[in-house]
Design a protein around this ligand. Structure first.
Ligand SMILES: [Zn+2]
Length: 436
């Protein structure tokens, strides 16, 4: 029975490998060649079709919405009760692994199969979900399917987005035959649970099999362009330079130092990274005239993110005085941190206890569809360990035993959530809202 999930991961893990072949052990991974299945690729289509087949075999009623999100419904004893939704995504980054996203989808299908095998009759309906374009590897924004579902971006805006080949999302969905006409009303969904690989080193290092996510970190990016004067490295005396890279170096160290200080002082989950640095003209014998920096700031507390963002912006501006350069700063959209729901966290914790599986509460530094769905539905996340903390890389791996632990907790979580009585009367009564 346990092997069904392993089989699904291995079988679907073929898609997007070059050449297409199954990988069932860490040692068999090619460290240079991973899984590539951006939304709209034939590998993405094959993975979707494989999952849909498994959903249908599990007795789910499959529907596809306008942006290609897939839903598989198992009706409940009370078909009108708020559903329990469960799933993740099937697209991948360029050269990623077979577990990110896919594990959450196939675990959800496996959980449904196990409940069926047990003869369990769910009171609330179950909806297995596959979100479109979580990674942003084709259409330039992350969390595309769930953002459309919650109305954060409009359908028109989503359809019009183009991939690197110039294809619109609409065309890509039509090519894959995953442009549907179903509409999922999130008001009919009471709970959402996403099982996902941790994508970080905490569970692996602590040797704890299951993580229960309390907060998903927010993300702020700062783009800065520092302009100095490009000049001859041999003839420009040190005192007469306006070196843009030397100025940028201050910021690289400042971001690291400041984030560390915040962690030490506040015990916070603050992280700050200068991940991008373009140097112009980038010649060994030329004083750099212009540098572009990309700075990534994350925290689970909005105020911390905001304070680091402001400190870094101020430090960037200070460079003008200190180095005689000019600095332009742009701050693209910030994703706010999203706390997940205590009610669901408690149910996951109880489910882990029932299964005799050790768990710990933690935060997610990576973004997930859950952070969108949490704006509309009571949401929780289950993490399983990533070997060496690695993901978004060909060597991404999760041990089969850890996957089994995860799906056991997920199955019990679905069982427990689908039993929670419908608080319909209370929910419709404004005066007692918040007390259910
Ligand atoms: Zn993912």
């Amino acid at each position: 029975m346990e092997d069904r999930l392993k089989e699904d991961i291995i079988a679907s893990g073929r898609f997007g490998r070059e050449p297409e072949h199954p990988v069932d052990a860490f040692e068999k991974l090619d460290p240079d060649k991973g899984v590539t299945r951006p939304t709209g690729s034939s590998a993405n289509m094959k993975t979707r079709t494989y999952a849909v087949e498994k959903m249908k075999e599990a007795g789910l009623d499959v529907r596809v919405d306008a942006v290609g999100n897939i839903f598989g419904r198992k009706d409940g004893i009370n078909p009108d009760a708020g559903a329990v939704m469960c799933g993740s995504h099937l697209d991948s980054v360029i050269n990623g692994g077979q577990f990110d996203g896919a594990l959450g989808v196939f675990s959800a299908i496996e959980a449904v199969r196990r409940l069926e095998d047990e003869g369990y009759k769910n009171m609330r309906p179950i909806e297995v979900v596959v979100f479109t374009g979580e990674e942003g590897s084709a259409f330039g924004i992350t969390l595309l399917g769930s953002s459309t579902l919650i109305g954060k971006i409009s359908y028109e805006e989503a359809f019009a987005r183009r991939d690197p080949k110039g294809r619109t999302l609409q065309e890509a969905l039509e090519y894959m035959e995953y442009k549907g006409d179903f509409f999922m009303d999130l008001d009919t969904v009471a709970y959402f649970v996403e099982l996902h690989i941790e994508q970080g080193p905490v569970l692996f290092n602590e040797k704890i099999p299951v993580g229960i996510v309390e907060n998903i970190a927010g993300i702020a990016w700062i783009y800065a362009t520092i302009k100095g004067v490009g000049n001859h490295a041999g003839t420009t005396p040190m005192k007469m330079r306006r070196d843009a890279l030397s100025a940028a170096a201050d910021i690289v160290k400042y971001v690291e130092k400041r984030a560390n200080e915040m962690v030490d002082r506040l015990g916070s989950a603050t992280v700050g990274t200068v991940g991008k640095l373009n140097v112009y003209p980038n010649g060994t014998n030329i004083v750099p005239g212009r540098v572009e920096l990309g700075i990534d700031i994350r925290d689970v507390v909005s105020e911390n993110m905001e304070s680091l963002k402001q400190d870094v912006s101020a430090a960037l501006k200070d460079l003008e005085q200190k180095y005689g350069v000019s600095v332009d700063i742009t701050i693209p959209t910030t994703h706010s941190p999203e706390p997940l729901f205590k009610e669901v966290i408690d149910v996951i914790e109880k489910s882990a206890r029932e299964a005799n599986i050790r768990s710990m509460r933690m935060n997610s530094g990576a973004g997930h569809d859950s952070q969108n769905i949490a704006k509309r539905v009571k949401t929780g996340m289950i993490f399983v360990p990533s070997v060496g903390g690695i993901s978004h890389a060909p060597t991404e791996w999760t041990e089969w035993g850890d996957i089994e632990n995860g799906v056991q907790v997920l199955t019990r979580t679905l069982r427990n959530l689908t039993q929670i009585p419908e608080g319909k009367v209370l929910e419709n009564n404004d005066s007692v809202q918040g007390s259910v």
